[in-house]
Design a protein around this ligand. Structure first.
Ligand SMILES: NC(=O)c1ccc[n+]([C@@H]2O[C@H](COP(=O)([O-])OP(=O)(O)OC[C@H]3O[C@@H](n4cnc5c(N)ncnc54)[C@H](O)[C@@H]3O)[C@@H](O)[C@H]2O)c1
Length: 378
């Protein structure tokens, strides 16, 4: 377990947001609404975009710039929130961690598993906290589902169906694996959260309905074998007009003593009466929950959901599913981890991160052991 630096002053946690696009504006609203947080700066490659996004959200008196880390250092901010595009996550977070700034970053951790491993190593080397905001974990229904699953005995099968017909326009309609790369990380992460176990192997068949507006495959049938012998099935389409599921999908969890169903919107239902115990609730909905957890972590040293070591396996599941689909064959998760580790070592330019990466004898062990320990302050 790695300790991370906490923030000990008693004022609001001052943050800079980098990336002033659609999701950046959501983060501006969310940071503004959190009483423990003060948004002091917004950066974007286009400073005009930073200014216009702040104006659109209705926030005044917030500094702007073109480099999030430089702006945060100039303002003496406590932390950085990275809402840039995935291709920029590695460079932005690596610079921030080395500048002594903890980071709350949008999913995915980075564009590739190798880059994500580099960031986990940098977090260890610098002692700074890096959390990936996996927003759909912060859902009261998912928390209830997890609670109810506790009373159906051993789980044999988690089956998620996801059928939507969105029209995004833009990059998603041109990319190679739009459903797997942009959407599937949420239910994959949800299944890990629900089961509390990690994946071992995957088969995946991607395809594109003939009427699909997407250039890449917008549908997939994915089958993960998990470490406790259970299976996680994900059948999904982004080209499915008509009777659609919720954005969280429809969940069926089948255990040895019963079944729990969740439609992704309402309270889940169980075939087993779970007594009077009350399900825990997240500290906020969606990104408000991950921001609240990030603040708590920096104040107390308590390990949050999505700490980069804990989060990476959700990205591994995405990459493994894509490779399984391309090969038309089952892929072992350990193969993906080993290849990404090798790639990360070969590409690493940061001396501290390189030393940490080289010290890992097993990536799986490093990810499960490397998360933060409750500790320390400066
Ligand atoms: N959790 C969710 O449900 C959810 C939903 C949508 C998007 N996201 C994630 O949020 C992130 C941003 O998505 P978006 O839809 O807002 O994208 P976007 O393209 O609308 O905005 C990204 C912004 O980042 C800026 N940018 C890129 N590189 C930068 C850099 N190095 N420094 C400063 N600014 C930089 C761009 O100029 C752009 O303004 C992505 O990682 C995406 O996966 C998450």
């Amino acid at each position: 377990m790695t300790a991370f630096r906490t923030v000990s002053h008693h004022g609001s946690l001052t943050v800079v947001i980098v990336g002033a696009g659609a999701m950046g504006r959501e983060w501006m609203r969310t940071a503004h609404e959190n009483p423990d947080v003060e948004l002091v700066g917004v950066a974007d490659l286009s400073e005009d975009a930073a200014r216009s996004s702040l104006a659109e959200v209705g926030l005044a008196g917030v500094a702007t710039g073109t480099d999030g880390v430089d702006l945060a250092l100039a303002l003496g901010a406590d932390a950085l929130i990275d809402v840039t595009i995935p291709a920029a996550h590695h460079a932005v977070t690596m610079k921030a961690l080395n500048a002594g700034l903890p980071v709350l970053g949008e999913k995915p951790a980075a564009a590739t598993v190798a880059e994500a491993l580099s960031l986990a190593a940098a977090a260890e080397a610098t002692g700074e906290l890096f959390v990936v905001s996996q927003s759909r974990r912060y859902n009261a229904g998912l928390f209830s589902l997890r609670h109810l699953v506790g009373s159906i005995g051993r789980v044999g099968l988690v089956d998620v169906g996801f059928y939507r017909d969105p029209r995004f326009g833009g990059f998603r309609e041109e990319m190679a694996h739009p459903l797997l790369l942009d959407m599937a990380i949420h239910p994959f992460d949800g299944a890990r959260f629900l089961l509390g176990v990690e994946p071992v192997s995957v088969t995946c068949d991607e395809f594109n309905p003939v009427w699909s507006p997407f250039a890449g495959d917008a549908a997939a049938a994915v089958d993960f074998r998990m470490s406790d012998g259970s299976r996680f099935l994900y059948n999904a389409s982004w080209a499915s007009p008509g009777l659609q599921t919720s954005w969280n999908g429809e969940w069926r969890v089948s255990g040895e003593a019963g079944t729990v169903l969740w439609n992704g919107d309402d309270e889940p239902v169980s075939s087993v009466t779970s007594g009077s115990s009350v399900a825990p609730v997240p500290p906020g909905d969606s990104i408000a929950g991950s921001l609240a957890d990030f603040v708590l972590a920096l104040r107390t040293g308590t390990a949050p959901f999505g700490e980069v070591h804990e989060n990476i396996m959700s990205l591994v599941m995405v990459e493994a599913a894509v490779i399984a689909s391309e090969r038309g064959a089952q892929v072992e998760i350990d193969e993906i981890l080993t290849a990404a580790h090798r790639e990360a070592i070969a590409a690493e330019k940061d001396a501290g991160a390189a030393a940490v990466l080289r010290s890992w004898t097993s990536v799986r062990d490093a990810l499960s052991a490397g998360g933060p320990a409750p500790l320390t302050s400066t």
